[in-house]
Design a protein around this ligand. Structure first.
Ligand code: ZN
Length: 224
């Protein structure tokens, strides 16, 4: 499995609470090439949940790269200190094996989903807010896409920085995302493809629900 990982390239969008454990576990697993995208700088209120960072004021991609290179000096890490847009993502997606969405807003999630669907790239998506987290895997042509699940009206979603999140929850959800990335990369186990895993940390309740395809989805309905 180790040799297989060395040839893989994974793109991680967002180096916050979810991106921290995702990037750290994929680096220590020996994924050969990690591509990191984030526009933000580390601030004091991030440190309790964004465990890849320890220095306030640094750009998150620089801070993450430093940490990851210490964890595993044998992997390649490429960083982009900027916001995501469709054109930019399109230029990065070639030769990427999996995209991991660790962003915190619907606009970015819709862009990532659309580019993944149209380039046939698997997407592992995670979200966490207050006490609730979720993970889904979207395999183009084999499962519904993120847009089948949410529509444009969801745009005004709250974010962790606005509404808060119980810090260890992002560790749990990010770790599940890393597990699903590894399974997709080596095609083992039972994928979350076509399903949504929901964790209510307050009640300690896990649920897994089947996701229906939206036959009129503006993103994936023409891609089948
Ligand atoms: Zn869709």
């Amino acid at each position: 499995m180790k040799d297989q990982f060395a040839l893989k390239k994974v793109l991680i969008v967002g180096l916050g609470g979810l991106g921290s454990p995702v990037a750290m576990y994929l680096a220590t697993a020996g994924i050969g090439h990690l591509v990191l995208i984030d526009f933000d700088q580390v601030n004091l209120s991030n440190l309790q949940r964004q465990i890849i960072h320890s220095t306030v004021g640094q750009y998150k991609v620089n801070s993450a790269q430093n940490k990851l290179q210490k964890l595993n000096p044998n992997i390649q890490i490429t960083i982009y200190n900027q916001h995501i847009d469709e054109l930019f993502l399109q230029t990065l997606i070639a030769e990427v094996d999996v995209v991991v969405d660790c962003s915190d807003n619907f606009t970015t999630r819709f862009i990532i989903n659309s580019v993944c669907v149209h380039n046939d790239i698997p997407l592992v998506s995670g979200a966490a807010l207050r006490w609730s987290g979720q993970v889904a895997v979207f395999l183009p042509k084999h499962s519904p896409c993120y847009r089948c699940l949410y529509d444009d009206s969801e745009e005004q979603m709250e974010t962790c920085s606005e509404s808060g999140v119980i810090a260890p929850l992002v560790g749990v959800i990010g770790s599940v995302q890393a597990i699903e990335v590894i399974k997709v990369l080596v095609n083992i186990g039972k994928s979350l493809s076509g399903k949504l895993l929901l964790f209510d940390a307050y009640k300690n309740n896990w649920r897994c629900v089947k996701l229906p395809k939206d036959p009129d989805c503006p993103v994936c309905s023409s891609n089948r």
